[in-house]
Design a protein around this ligand. Structure first.
Ligand code: PMP
Length: 404
């Protein structure tokens, strides 16, 4: 049984000693004291089915024993900064990660977060091409440091700090987008940005495969190949932000970009790759990776032994437990059941997504926690979520919607 401080006591300390930045999300946040696979427990031992996984950060399940075991074993042996000495953990994980990548994408630089990974990717694109302009999609989220806040394209997440050299292309959103699902028209906008907003040469293009923070928005089929071609014709590199969609979450493939049939020049990842511990990565080709040798560049904790030992364990669990296949099978089942709920409840405007990256958009009223209008349920559970969990989730949603 839990014998720590009460929720009220924690809330009091939080209000006094912690930044108020995020605390307006919930009026009465839960006090979560334990996690086990797809479940979370509060201080009274009440169990919750976790269909959000800390914003798609937990992929193997909360406190998966293999991952906990790998992390604690490494913490007991050595934790250290990343530069200076040789250590096998970072090399082993880099090798394993490279084996999951297509083409010549086999050089890894580890970071501590998705923001850091995208900052680095954007800088590398600028260094490699000698150009400055970056194109990102409206409604995207790529991070909240200077460069990535510029690439992020939703006013809710932007402060008025300098965000130079980023252009935001019309979002190829099949549900709400200006051109429906006409990929050609959306790609034409990328071409026009290049022609009218830049020198004709750009550093790169960054995009999620499915927009997560933006409310599980899938890109119009055929868009990414066209956008990539357009950007490459202008000398730019194509960056795939796999922070949410990557690492088996989309089910049908290991990476979200694979569902679009493209091969990026740079891939960034975080969240799921560490099953909840701070770990991010940028993967690119040996040729592009070389730009960082022009100066000294390092990250004190990026790729540290404890986090990379954890990352390797995550990859092994995904394979051992067939979690990509589970995300595909149970995710498809859950999507079908949500579609059936859509027939029953007029308020559901759209059900979309792939694998365990699903969204339910409500019409008319604003509830829920995701998307530009704050009206999208974002469903991104741990990948061990079962069919029974999906049934329970749908039943609860059905009951709640029936009461509206
Ligand atoms: N890219 C995407 C697609 C994200 O969803 C996020 C986080 N929501 C980030 C980048 C930034 O990651 P982090 O919060 O780890 O900096």
């Amino acid at each position: 049984p839990y014998d720590g401080p009460s929720a009220a006591e924690i809330a009091r300390k939080r209000a006094e000693f912690l930044s108020p930045s995020l605390f307006h999300f919930y009026s009465k946040p839960l006090n979560i004291v334990e996690g086990k696979m797809q479940y979370l427990f509060d201080e009274r031992g009440r169990r919750y089915l976790d269909a959000f996984a800390g914003i798609a950060t937990v992929c193997c399940g909360h406190c998966h024993p293999d991952v906990v075991g790998a992390i604690t074993a490494q913490a007991g042996r050595l934790q250290h900064s990343t530069v200076l000495y040789l250590n096998h953990a970072i090399a082993d994980f880099a090798e394993a990660l490279a084996s999951k990548m297509p083409g010549d994408l086999k050089v890894v630089f580890f970071t501590n977060s998705g923001t850091e990974a995208n900052e680095l990717a954007i800088m590398m694109a600028r260094l490699y091409t000698g150009s400055h302009d970056i194109i990102s999609l409206r409604n995207s989220y790529h991070g909240n440091a200077a460069g990535t806040m510029g690439a992020t394209a939703q006013k809710n997440w932007k402060f008025s700090v300098i965000q130079s050299g980023v252009h935001h292309a019309v979002n190829p959103d099949p549900y709400r987008g200006a051109f429906g699902s006409d990929a050609d028209k959306y790609a034409r906008d990328v071409q026009e940005i290049i022609e009218f907003g830049t020198t004709g040469q750009v550093a790169g293009f960054i995009s999620e495969a499915i927009q997560g923070v933006g409310g599980i928005v899938e890109l119009s089929p055929g868009y990414l190949p066209l956008a990539y071609e357009t950007v490459r014709n202008a000398g730019g590199l194509c960056i795939a932000d796999e922070v949410q969609a990557g690492f088996a979450r989309v089910g049908s493939h290991f990476w979200g970009f694979e569902t679009h049939g493209v091969v990026p020049d740079i891939v960034t990842m975080a969240k799921g790759i560490g099953n909840g511990i701070p770990l991010g990565a940028v993967v690119t080709t040996p040729e592009i990776a070389r730009v960082l040798t022009r100066r000294c560049y390092f990250n004190t904790f990026g790729g540290n032994p404890v986090c990379t030992a954890g990352g390797l364990a995550v990859l092994r669990v995904l394979e051992k437990e067939g979690l990509q296949e589970n995300a595909h099978a149970v995710g498809s089942y859950l999507k079908d059941r949500l579609r059936a709920l859509q027939d029953k409840h007029e308020i559901i405007g759209d059900v979309r997504g792939t694998g365990f990256m699903l969204g339910v958009e409500l019409m008319g009223v604003l509830v829920g926690k995701g998307g530009f209008y704050g009206n999208v349920f974002r469903i991104t559970p741990p990948l061990c979520f079962t069919k029974e969990d999906a049934d329970f989730f749908v039943a609860v949603m059905d009951a709640a919607l029936s009461k509206l």
